[in-house]
Design a protein around this ligand. Structure first.
Ligand code: APR
Length: 175
């Protein structure tokens, strides 16, 4: 059974088995958390993205690469929906987290760090993004062997919103 946690911090500094990246369909790096992961992990991540995903990935799906120099074994790249560009179907965001959890399970990942996918440059409203994130990971909790899914959030507000959602999920699970 997965333990879901939320902490404020920099996802590139997390000592976990795998880190989830909020990528785009091209999978060739970008700004935000994507830029931070590629910078910290080094060129091996981009090289692996090019080798494994020559045509990128569709919105709502996930794929893994090496983590290069990051203190993790894998990066699981997900392509979140761009709310700002009109991709507002919550199922696209749900499937990012579900696919990431499935891949983590296949890779026998014990600890997984996840960012607030789509809640930055892609403009998904924070409260909604946090609820969808925690509920989607929570739905997978019984199906996978991941032990900890740790949301790692930039900034106090994002940290608090996610922590509240995690607390709600824990109460609901115990009820
Ligand atoms: N650690 C943790 N969280 C981070 C970090 C970091 N080092 N850097 C940014 N964040 C946070 C942002 O503050 C935001 O809350 O990650 C969340 C997701 O924001 P973005 O990185 O902008 O991701 P997203 O909204 O999904 O947009 C994806 O941005 O960089 C491009 O290539 C990426 O085109 C894609 C788009």
């Amino acid at each position: 059974m997965v333990r879901i946690t939320a902490v404020e911090g920099d996802i590139t500094q997390q000592h976990v088995d795998a880190v989830v990246n909020a990528a785009n369909t091209a999978m060739r790096g970008g700004g935000g958390v994507d830029g931070a992961i590629h910078r910290a992990g080094g060129p091996e991540i981009l090289a692996d993205c090019e080798a494994r995903f020559p045509h990128g990935l569709p919105t709502g799906s996930a794929g893994w690469t090496t983590a290069g120099r990051l203190p993790a074994r894998y990066v699981i790249h997900v392509v979140g929906p761009n709310h700002r560009a009109g991709q507002t179907d919550p199922r696209l965001l749900e499937s990012c987290y579900e696919d990431a959890m499935r891949i983590a399970d296949e890779l026998e990942v014990g600890t997984l760090a996840l960012p607030a996918v789509s809640a930055g440059i892609y403009g998904w409203p924070l409260q909604d993004a946090a609820r969808i994130a925690v509920e989607s990971v929570g739905r997978m909790a019984v199906e996978v062997s991941v032990q900890e899914a740790r949301f790692v959030l930039f900034g106090v507000e994002t940290g608090e919103v996610f922590s509240n959602e995690v607390a709600k999920w824990s109460r609901h699970r115990c009820a």
